[in-house]
Design a binder for this molecule. Structure first.
Ligand code: GDP
Ligand code: MN
Length: 396
């Protein structure tokens, strides 16, 4: 589950990580109120108005702007709220901005220059250990840094048995070229950031930039936080942070009816039971010259209601030119699934895309008969290759 910047910062702050302070606002009036309140609390005169959408690169797209007085807060919040923000990480249509974070300006002048760093915490799948990835080159695309100046990216791996050790946090601060108070602040920042990562069961933290202020404080100016969905049951309070407006609408609907659905770019919808068979079926579709339009595991109970729900979900994708149903009937007998497909088809009325059904397992022969005699425009197959050939045929 991805979070908004303001939500990510709340979680970080809860574990003692210093963050650029801010208040989220849904409209211009709230933005002005937020700015006044921040001035009272932090003494800041200037504010940054930051679009809250699940996409990075907002600054480049005009979604992060500095306001030097309340009038500017009003104007800028008015511009950003409601805009379709286009960034290097969104589609060409962009993402609708529903809310902004009004934050204190932390790039104020002082004894030293502010300095931006990059820092992320994530799992190194190669070693099976968490690592902190960091760079002196903050505020820009880490992908660009990795391409052009890979020697400026450092990593610090954490031994899960002992956790992040203080000497490692000091090494991070050292490699970032810090000394004195900033060095001490950075070690504290890194230690608390890592604790937050572990305790929140996150799968990714990306803080870009981490800022050294002109008075040598270290704080998170941005926060991209992804919580591990498989651990959400341990954090009931995080469930409320989900913003369905940011998620794929078809996937949200599928989740509501309990289907395991992932939207993909192809033209062949597939309905399968079991994740492994679903993967195999997607390969099969590719082999037959198509591209899977989705991953859909209907799970163990493929009755008429479930098949119908799955049909409806698949057909919401206008790119679907054919549907391949590939179900292994073990405990659910194939004839029950076949009947489910037929009933769902009849209930739905006008399904215009060709459907290929491959049922294998218990009562597969009865199932094939049911389909073949149903009078519906459904092609049946028993073998994998046969199903692939039929997909190829209907796409041709
Ligand atoms: P992103 O573009 O989506 O990654 O959003 P960020 O939160 O990283 O902000 C983008 C950029 O806005 C940062 O790299 C900073 O250069 C700038 N910025 C953020 N906060 C402040 C601030 O308090 N004052 C000033 N002057 N600039 C800021
Ligand atoms: Mn950023």
């Amino acid at each position: 589950m991805n979070l908004h910047e303001y939500q990510g910062k709340d979680i970080l702050a809860g574990f003692g990580v210093r963050v650029q302070r801010g208040i989220v606002a849904q409209n211009v009036d709230e933005a002005v109120e937020a700015a006044k309140k921040l001035t009272e609390e932090t003494g800041t005169g200037w504010h940054v108005i930051k679009a809250q959408v699940h996409a990075g690169g907002r600054g480049k797209g005009g979604g992060v702007k500095l306001a030097k007085n309340l009038d500017e807060v009003k104007t800028i919040a008015g511009q950003i709220i409601g805009m379709d923000l286009v960034t290097p990480q969104t589609s060409a249509e962009g993402k609708r901005v529903h809310q902004v974070l009004v934050a204190e300006d932390v790039y104020y002048p002082g004894d030293s220059e502010p300095d931006e760093f990059y820092m992320s915490v994530l799992l190194n799948r190669g070693t099976g250990r968490n690592m902190i990835m960091y760079s002196t080159e903050g505020g820009m695309d880490i992908e660009t840094v990795a391409e052009e100046t890979p020697h400026l990216i450092f990593t610090e791996e954490v031994d899960p048995a002992v956790g992040l050790l203080p000497f490692q946090a000091r090494r991070v601060a050292f490699n970032l070229g810090l000394s004195g108070l900033a060095f001490k602040e950075m070690t504290k920042f890194v230690m608390s950031l890592y604790t937050a990562y572990v305790k929140s069961d996150s799968s990714l933290f990306e803080i870009n930039p981490v800022l050294k202020t002109s008075d040598d404080k270290i704080l998170a100016v941005d926060a991209k936080v992804t919580i591990d969905d498989n651990a959400l049951y341990r954090h009931k309070d995080y469930e409320a942070l989900r913003d369905l407006r940011e998620e794929n609408p078809i996937e949200v609907e599928a989740k509501e009816v309990g289907l395991n659905y992932v939207d993909l770019d192809g033209n062949v919808g597939c309905m399968v039971n079991g994740a492994g068979l679903a993967m195999g079926t997607m390969d099969l579709i590719k082999h037959s010259g198509g591209e899977p339009a989705n991953f859909l595991d209907v799970g163990g109970t493929a009755d008429a209601a479930r098949v119908e729900a799955a049909f409806k979900i698949i057909l919401k994708d206008p790119a679907v030119k054919a549907i391949l149903i590939n179900i292994f009937g073990g405990i659910v007998r194939c004839d029950r699934v076949a009947q489910g497909v037929i009933d769902a088809y009849k209930n739905m009325g006008n399904i215009e895309v060709p459907i290929i059904v491959r049922l294998q397992g218990t009562n597969a022969d009865i199932a094939k008969e049911l389909i073949d005699n149903s009078g519906l425009a459904v092609l049946s197959a028993t073998e994998f290759q046969e199903a692939a050939d039929k997909v190829q045929e209907v796409l041709a």
